[in-house]
Design a protein around this ligand. Structure first.
Ligand code: ZN
Ligand code: ZN
Length: 67
């Protein structure tokens, strides 16, 4: 994984990926995260834009698709 962006912060946290659009979720994003309602093991992330657009997510563990 390459980090080419330098936003002036020295933190080395790994950004989660949105389960809908697979973009990195920024720390100031109004995202939501929750466990998969089907298998309960995978952590689903939805970024702000996907949440507003009500895009479907797909669980990477059980391929459950939900709103
Ligand atoms: Zn998204
Ligand atoms: Zn699942």
């Amino acid at each position: 994984m390459m980090f080419t962006e330098n936003c002036g912060m020295s933190s080395t946290i790994s950004l989660p990926n949105c389960s809908c659009c697979h973009r990195h979720i920024m720390p100031n994003d109004k995202c939501v995260k929750f466990n998969c309602p089907n298998c309960g093991t995978d952590l689903i992330w939805r970024c702000e834009s996907c949440r507003e657009a009500a895009r479907n997510y797909t669980c990477s563990q059980c391929n459950f698709q939900g709103p």
